[in-house]
Write a protein that binds this ligand. Structure first.
Ligand SMILES: [Zn+2]
Length: 83
């Protein structure tokens, strides 16, 4: 049985996967500038700090969502799922 929190977690993971894919498609090293950095996280809609926007040109995820996305990617890799 799937409860509400399980479904919410799955949807959040899918959303972060999509955001990570989007970020990969738009490689921050490929000519992105701070002006391309999002002011709010694509995963959780929280503001992205100016320091992070400066440090990661083209960033679209906050630190927490990026960290979670990296964890999910690593978990998927461990499970043999292509990412
Ligand atoms: Zn976030």
């Amino acid at each position: 049985m799937t409860d509400f929190s399980d479904r919410a977690s799955e949807r959040e993971a899918e959303f972060i996967d999509d955001a990570l894919l989007e970020q990969r498609l738009h490689d921050p090293s490929a000519g992105k500038t701070v002006a391309d950095s999002a002011t709010h996280c694509a995963g959780c809609a929280q503001p992205i700090s100016e320091a992070r926007r400066q440090a990661v040109p083209g960033v679209i995820l906050c630190f927490d969502c990026q960290d979670e996305a990296a964890w999910l990617e690593a978990a998927a890799r461990r499970n043999g799922r292509p990412v």
